[in-house]
Design a protein around this ligand. Structure first.
Ligand code: BLA
Length: 238
């Protein structure tokens, strides 16, 4: 369902950036769940380059039952840029949930004008993918922008609307990264480091996928996957 999205991202990354592999802790790169006929595989990839200190994406393939493509780009600590967040989920052909956003690290007016307002023209072309759904796990006012795509949708819309929207958001993200202001003063860099860490902590503690990972791969693996790979700068809750 979301393989073309993964392939597009890979083509973009490999052609535009000088990537090197970033290690994934042993045992977390992939896993296989074999519960009779409900087979599921999970596989993750992780890279870095001068502009992006962590590029990770994960694909879960449980056949008809579940297909998930999830990704986060973490800019280098010299950029205040939002993180690029992607979470596309399909459970059967009927239940499809898609989320795509530039996830802001700060919320002051100047920041939002600089890093979030540019999304508006793209967002306005894809109204049907911005449904103002209520968030149950997260707070929409933390680490989400007002121009996020967030929709319950169908397979046709994924192909015909989400795919072009996804390409436009990614192109805009590269553009923004290319022209982004660089911060080098230690106190500014420290503020960015802290904001990215807070994002990891917030995300790990609330991740709605915890149950899904546990049910397929066990709770111990799920915990490690969240705190050692997906959001490695988070500290596990006591
Ligand atoms: C929701 N994301 C979800 C749900 C799951 C995942 C299972 C709940 C779906 C439901 O309501 O039935 C899955 N989350 C994952 C997976 C990973 C993960 C598989 O981290 C990791 C491999 N989530 C993100 C990112 C964004 C994001 C980067 O990981 C940003 C675009 C958004 N996911 C997001 C939002 C919801 C969601 C906004 C709805 C949550 C809510 O209602 O509060």
């Amino acid at each position: 369902m979301f393989q073309p999205f993964k392939e597009y991202l890979e083509e973009e990354l490999f052609s535009r950036f000088d990537l090197s592999s970033r290690s994934i802790p042993a045992g977390l790169e992939s896993n296989l769940s074999d519960r009779g006929k409900n087979q599921a595989t999970i596989q993750s990839w992780c890279y870095q380059c001068p502009q992006l200190r962590k590029i990770r994406y994960t694909y879960i393939d449980a056949g008809e039952t579940a297909q998930v493509f999830n990704s986060v780009m973490y800019p280098s600590h010299n950029y205040q840029m939002p993180l690029l967040g992607i979470d596309f989920l399909s459970f059967g052909k009927k239940k499809i949930l898609v989320v795509l956003d530039f996830q802001p690290l700060f919320r002051d007016r100047a920041y939002l004008d600089k890093y979030i307002e540019p999304m508006r023209t793209v967002r306005d072309k894809y109204n049907e993918l911005a449904q103002n759904l209520e968030m149950k796990f997260y707070d929409a006012n933390q680490y989400f922008s007002k121009y996020l795509l967030f929709a319950k949708t169908d397979a046709d819309t994924v192909v015909n609307r989400l795919f072009p929207a996804y390409q436009e958001y990614i192109q805009l993200y590269w553009q923004m990264l290319e022209s982004a202001e660089q911060f080098t003063a230690p106190e500014q860099v420290q503020r960015i480091i802290k904001a990215q860490q807070d994002y990891d902590q917030y995300s790990a503690d609330r991740d709605p996928a915890h149950g899904l990972f546990s049910s397929y791969f066990g709770s111990e693996w799920a915990e490690r996957f969240l705190y050692e790979f997906l959001f490695e700068d988070a500290v596990p809750l006591a």
